[in-house]
Unconditional design. Structure first.
Ligand code: GLN
Ligand code: ZN
Length: 765
């Protein structure tokens, strides 16, 4: 009998209850008891949902007040000394929050632990910080308390924890960064394993039958030393506690299958939704005394699954496995929203093709029954509805637009390359007449409360179109005047009409949908509500031209047209899974191509296409990088290659390190790139030593994430450093990113100094 289970549920709550409870507690508006109570209710609700939908166990250990890695760090005593010399007993939740958010009061100011992206998702975890002489010590009972709590409610429990090797790989220390390049980290293993053993034996005492250890690192490009570490660790943990299921996800198991199969564990979970795994081949030498858990429901995306197809595939191998075949979502459901049902504003054809957490649990339940030839009448109805929804999705005119598909096909003949940069740069300089070291900003200016209020009142229909337009125009005029007063060279309109750089365009495009409550945790109490790209993407009318024209009419200086690039729109949305991502990206690129040409025709001489998320799309395994970068870069070229030589194309990137993809960035062939530099300690400058950047570039000279006004000499020096590797004629002067989260006073002060820095550099030249 195939068994249904899951790897973990989102914890934030259907209505973001946890977010609200946390923020109210942090503000001192509610008690710790009230917070604890909300956590308890959420766990209870989530366990019930699993149980009601046929999961064999409920998961314990996936709940977290802020982040599950941080929970585990606290459990095993990985708490840096700057927060406490000794971990209080009983453990104090405020210590966990101090690590997550820092501690600021009259006596002290302790910075938070570092936070970073969880593999290739938009979830962020708190990086464990190891001291040189790190010890590991069981410091908290929360995990065991939750086990008892679930058992008290009558449930069978499967405990979910970070695997020891992955935990080490994710951690950073005084002498090494995160990742697996540094083998010395493994010296911590013996001590770390001691605490794992202690936890495992306690779980056994509590009659927990299975523990799931998450080891996604086993799928990455890891060297022999780390491969050996995996084998040693599991040899040592064998038999100590409950049976062990090692869970891997976010990649196909195929490349590392020898390692995975050699692990001395009771079960293995693999992700069948990523890459192409030949299941029959994979199980051909499977040891049938071990459990194999198949991740068949996509835990990273929100589309209903083709259950008939999965049933067929699984059935081909099911007979031999008996109870040792488990079915699950590909990964924890942390990365999808909670429930589709309450959504009232989605087009019916879109809504019925979506599966959030609850729907995925239902799918899994029916799937297990189907594989076991045990479908109830209710299951059959479910399957019928599901198949009808799939069919609608294939045929619906709301989703499919033949004209778009034809156009994408025809676009194959579009020339992606503009004339050589050297040939077009003169035309641009004639057209723009800019000084050496031109100054500009990234696009947004401070979004004041009044601006936000006007926008949301208009959206709700409480403000007339005319009043909204006037309000926005007044703001644009103010932003233009301020920039002129500051003496900036290339101006922006300030983006007051945009709440979010993807949502703004998504709302104007066909093929995008927005939920009311489709929240996904990004970090701690912060959630995002990604747009859904459900269908062929097209544009009914120009999206930015009127604003840009108006802004340009106010000044003799060039004002940049401002757009969000195709890859970033893809990366920050839930993307349809019925065609390759690259295809959807091309549709977006063509829409942008039209918009860019419209802007150019309206007299806009400089157009910026932001691609901050381009690096986030990189596959986890390096061997797949080239393929991704090829279509990502091509999409950018497809949007931009139609313009005249004298039209200057800008792009902007931030939030990540770009050194290892600098060549691909150069291939995008933007005339100018403004790029985050100052926060990453100018590591970017290192890249310029090894690679001669061909076009113009503005390394961000100050960090906009802090209200501090930057230092003039520091900015001048940064550009001087850059000028050692890049011809000064290629250099621009600009901040790291947009200014929308800043206030006006520090914005003006900072830009004033930035302009002074550029003037000083010009004088030196
Ligand atoms: N143009 C956008 C802004 O200035 C860019 C934002 C970003 O890079 N994330 O806000
Ligand atoms: Zn940015």
């Amino acid at each position: 009998m195939a068994i249904a289970h899951n790897l973990g549920l989102p914890r934030i709550g259907a209505d973001r209850e946890l977010k609200k409870a946390l923020e109210s507690y942090w503000k001192g508006e509610s008690s710790k008891d009230a917070l604890l109570q909300v956590g308890k209710e959420l766990r209870q609700r989530h366990w019930k949902a699993q149980n009601d939908n046929g999961s064999q166990w409920v998961t314990v250990g996936d709940f977290a007040w802020y982040d599950h890695i941080l929970e585990w760090s606290c459990t095993i005593g990985v708490v840096p000394h700057r927060y406490t010399q000794e971990i209080p007993q009983p453990f104090d939740l405020d210590l966990l929050f101090a690590m997550a958010r820092g501690r600021q009061n009259e006596q002290e100011s302790v910075p938070a632990c570092e936070m970073t992206k969880w593999y290739d998702t938009n979830y962020h975890y708190i990086v464990p910080e190891l001291k040189k002489d790190q010890t590991f010590k069981l410091s908290r009972t929360f995990l065991f308390d939750q086990v008892k709590e679930a058992q008290g409610q009558g449930y069978q429990v499967k405990v979910v924890l970070p695997g020891p090797v992955t935990y080490l790989a994710l951690s950073k220390g005084e002498d090494f960064g995160a990742g697996t390049e540094f083998n010395g980290k493994l010296d911590f293993l013996p001590n770390l394993l001691a605490v794992y053993k202690e936890v495992l034996s306690k779980l056994k005492e509590l009659n927990v039958e299975w523990v799931q250890l998450d080891e996604a690192f086993a799928l990455l490009d890891i060297n022999d030393t780390w491969q050996q570490a995996f084998k040693d660790v599991y040899a040592e943990l064998k038999g100590v506690g409950p049976k062990i299921l090692v869970a891997t996800y976010f990649e196909s198991p195929e490349p590392n299958q020898d390692l995975l199969k050699a692990l001395p564990v009771d079960g293995l979970h693999i992700d069948l939704t990523r890459g192409e795994t030949d299941l029959v081949k994979f199980v051909s030498d499977w040891d049938l005394t071990k459990v194999l858990s198949l991740g068949v429901i996509d835990g990273r995306n929100i589309w209903r699954a083709d259950l008939d197809k999965i049933t067929k595939e699984v059935s081909t191998i099911a007979q031999n496995f008996g109870d040792n075949l488990w079915l699950a979502p590909s990964c924890s459901l942390l990365h999808v929203p909670y429930d589709v049902e309450p959504e009232t504003k989605l087009h019916e054809e879109v809504k019925q093709s979506l599966a959030f957490t609850i729907q995925k649990l239902q799918e899994l339940n029916v799937l297990a029954h189907a594989v076991n030839n045990d479908l109830s009448a209710q299951d059959k109805e479910f399957l019928e509805r599901q198949n009808k929804a799939l069919e609608t999705r294939r045929t619906s005119a709301h989703i499919n637009n033949q004209a778009v598909k034809d156009r994408v096909k025809k676009a194959e003949s579009i020339e992606l390359h503009r004339p050589a940069f050297a040939d077009r740069v003169a035309a641009q300089h004639d057209n723009l007449n800019l000084p050496l070291y031109p100054t500009t900003t990234i696009g947004s200016f401070p979004q004041t409360k009044e601006i936000r209020q006007l926008r949301s009142a208009w959206k709700k229909g409480n403000v007339s179109d005319a009043d909204y337009e006037n309000g926005m125009k007044k703001e644009i005029e103010l932003v233009i005047r301020e920039q002129e007063n500051l003496g900036l060279d290339v101006l922006v309109h300030g983006e007051p009409e945009r709440n979010d750089m993807v949502e703004y365009f998504g709302e104007l495009l066909n093929g995008f949908a927005f939920t009311q409550n489709g929240w996904v945790q990004s970090y701690g109490s912060r959630c995002v509500k990604p747009p859904i790209i459900f269908g062929d993407v097209s544009r009914s009318a120009p999206m930015t031209v009127e604003w840009a024209k108006f802004a340009q009419s106010l000044s003799d200086k060039p004002v940049k047209g401002m757009l969000t690039g195709p890859v970033t729109m893809l990366q920050w949305s839930f993307v349809r899974d019925d065609q390759p991502r690259s295809e959807t990206c091309r549709q977006l690129a063509l829409v942008l191509r039209d918009e860019i040409l419209d802007l150019e025709a309206a007299g806009i001489k400089v157009i910026q296409i932001d691609e901050p998320a381009i690096r986030e799309g990189l596959p986890l395994r390096r061997e797949k990088w080239d393929e991704y970068l090829k279509w990502a870069v091509d999409a950018f070229l497809l949007s931009t290659s139609g313009v005249r030589d004298e039209t200057q194309i800008h792009t902007h990137m931030c939030y990540s390190e770009f050194n290892d993809i600098i060549k691909a960035i150069a291939d995008m062939d933007a005339d100018v790139i403004t790029i985050e530099t100052s926060r990453s300690n100018m590591e970017l400058l290192q890249a310029f030593e090894d690679f001669k950047y061909p076009n113009e570039i503005g390394p961000g000279v100050y960090d906009i994430h802090s209200p501090n006004v930057p230092d003039l000499d520091w900015m001048v020096n940064l550009i001087r450093q850059a000028a050692k590797h890049i011809d000064k004629k290629q250099l621009w002067v600009n901040p790291d990113c947009g200014l929308k989260t800043r206030g006006w006073p520090e914005t003006k002060a900072s830009l004033d100094i930035m302009v002074k820095a550029a003037k000083q550099l010009r004088q030196e030249a």
